[in-house]
Design a protein. Structure first.
Length: 164
């Protein structure tokens, strides 16, 4: 992607450095100086989707807004519950976190650029009603394994959109 110039963008990189990866939470915390004071979009690098990112917004009262999807075969138990636009840890039916979210920098207040996952930070603010969400029913695929990556590659190569 380089600097992003080819696509009319400016891309800045936040290097994690040598050693242990910072995970999602630590990586975002380290990148905060590059992200500014307003809400920002985070997309896991191992998802493929037809989601229209332009429509994503962070409601004024939220610290985070998660895109949830139907549970894929490899994660049948799901992660979170969506009730009236709020994301909850407990209840049924559970949906899977897509790896796509909009966050306010205040969510990371007091964090350090050390390895930590994002989910516990989100869970901490769920009882306060500060994590909102939506159920996306379009195409989404976690390509985090070689098999699922090959599935996507076949699908895109044959141009049919067929998942077989």
């Amino acid at each position: 992607l380089g600097t992003g110039e080819h696509w009319g963008l400016r891309i800045h990189y936040s290097a994690e450095g040598q050693g242990r990866a910072l995970e999602t939470g630590g990586g975002i915390c380290k990148a905060l100086p590059l992200l500014g004071d307003g809400p920002f979009l985070v997309i896991n690098g191992d998802v493929f989707t037809d989601l229209d990112y332009a429509g994503l917004q962070l409601p004024a009262h939220s610290l985070g807004h998660l895109v949830l999807v139907d549970n894929p075969d490899h994660h049948p138990g799901g992660d979170f519950v969506l009730k009236q636009g709020r994301v909850l840890e407990r209840g049924q039916p559970k949906l899977t976190f897509s790896g796509i979210g909009v966050y306010h920098p205040r969510l990371f207040q007091g964090c350090e650029a050390i390895p930590f996952p994002l989910a516990p930070l989100l869970r901490r603010h769920m009882p306060e009603g500060r994590i909102s969400g939506e159920h996306f029913e379009g195409y989404w695929l976690d390509v985090g394994t070689p098999e699922r990556y090959q599935l996507l590659d076949r699908m895109l190569s044959n141009g049919t959109g067929n998942q077989s």
